[in-house]
Design a protein around this ligand. Structure first.
Ligand code: NAD
Ligand code: LMR
Length: 337
């Protein structure tokens, strides 16, 4: 009796996820790269994905052939620019994750990537506007503070911008923050949630440690804030010229993609993730995009959460973040004009 009812509930769950999954083609642009490969691997394990479409200017068919042997239900296809590959990759996509572009080397800022990555993101946005304008777009390519405005402006030019469906991926900042705080406080990171707001580079990354419910000394606050703001540099230095965070980013990107899928096709309520989105919070100061926790719903961004109560220390951090963010956003907007 127990076995039968358990079997039934397993079957019911399967048929739900199968019907939801039929709608969920996920495209990864930059799929053969350091992030793209492990991200695609994690997405292949996701039962909410029906079709994984892998695009890169090189090597995507090889990555697709390899991942395609994994015995989960989704189909995998690989595409390069030949034979209308980008069109094939994007058509009918529900979620498009974009880690295309060059990574940092030691001594570089994310803004130093602008000259190369801005045009990559603009060109991918132009194709997305044409082939899958209604998809949800998750932008990983740096500098996120500028590539998100570039993507938005390009979509606007094509008349298809939907601010509810464009997300700068800042998940890695909260993943790191949780890990770093847990290390200092000797806790399990699963019990440590840290809200991080602002943008995704240096001083624009603002952790709200006062909202964790934990006590910090001034030294801990300074050290943790610095480590969260400059966590990316730790990896860039350790990789010593061979790239930046790829594996932790793949983990974070897969988490964000799954949250979008759960909220938009899985019907799950109360899904909250941080993301750099079109936001009114600092719009009066010329900052059109800002990362805070957002509530996801069937259409994408459903509600942008405010900053909540923040300390004087955090107000000071925000006052440094806002002008820098403004500069990054203006640079992106101007490039796209
Ligand atoms: P990588 O060089 O290993 O991979 C990038 C891939 O993009 C390559 O395979 C390349 O062929 C591909 N590519 C280049 N131009 C393309 C185009 N026009 N269309 C499709 N694919 C194209 O780099 P990576 O380590 O995977 O990093 C990728 C980007 O992600 C970098 O800009 C990096 O700074 C950024 N990043 C962001 C975060 C974040 O938190 N948002 C974290 C880590 C890295
Ligand atoms: C990160 O935060 O790890 C990424 O933005 C990559 C980088 O350049 O640091």
């Amino acid at each position: 009796m127990f076995a039968t009812s358990r079997l039934f509930s397993v079957a019911a769950k399967r048929s739900f996820s199968t019907s939801a999954a039929n709608l969920t083609k996920v495209a990864v642009l930059g799929a053969a790269g350091g992030i793209g490969q492990p991200l695609s691997l994690l997405l292949k394990e996701n039962p909410n994905v029906s079709h994984l479409s892998l695009y890169d200017i090189v090597n995507a068919p090889g990555v697709a052939a390899d991942i395609g042997h994994i015995n989960t239900n989704s189909k995998v296809t690989g595409h390069t620019p030949e034979n209308d590959g980008l069109k094939e990759a994007l058509t009918d996509a529900h979620v498009v994750v974009i880690p295309a572009g060059i990574p940092r080397k030691p001594g570089m800022t994310r803004d130093d990537l602008f000259n190369t990555n801005a045009s990559i993101v603009r060109d991918l946005a132009t194709a997305a506007a044409k082939y899958c304008p209604n998809a949800h777009f998750l932008i990983i390519s740096n500098p996120v503070n500028s590539t998100v405005p570039i993507f938005a402006e390009t979509m606007k030019k094509a008349g298809v911008f939907n601010p509810k469906r464009l997300y700068g991926v800042t998940t890695l900042d909260v993943v790191r923050a949780s890990r770093f705080v847990a290390e200092v406080k000797n806790l399990d990171p699963k019990d440590v949630k840290v809200t991080v707001v602002g943008g995704h580079s240096g001083v624009t990354i603002v952790p709200l440690l006062s909202q964790t419910g934990l006590e910090f000394t001034k030294e801990e606050l300074d050290a943790l804030t610095h480590r969260i703001q400059f966590g990316g540099d730790e990896v860039v230095q350790a990789k010593n010229g061979t790239g930046s965070a790829t594996l932790s980013m793949a983990y974070a990107g897969a988490r964000m993609a799954n949250s979008v899928l759960e909220a938009t096709v899985g019907g799950k309520k109360g899904v909250v993730e941080p993301s750099f989105v079109k936001s009114d919070i600092f719009a009066s100061e010329g900052v059109e995009y800002f990362s805070t926790n957002i509530e996801l719903g069937p259409e994408g961004v459903e509600k942008i959460q405010g900053l909540g109560e923040i300390s004087a220390y955090e107000k000071e951090l925000i006052s440094k973040a806002v002008p820098e963010l403004k500069k990054n956003i203006v640079k992106g907007n101007e490039f796209a004009q």
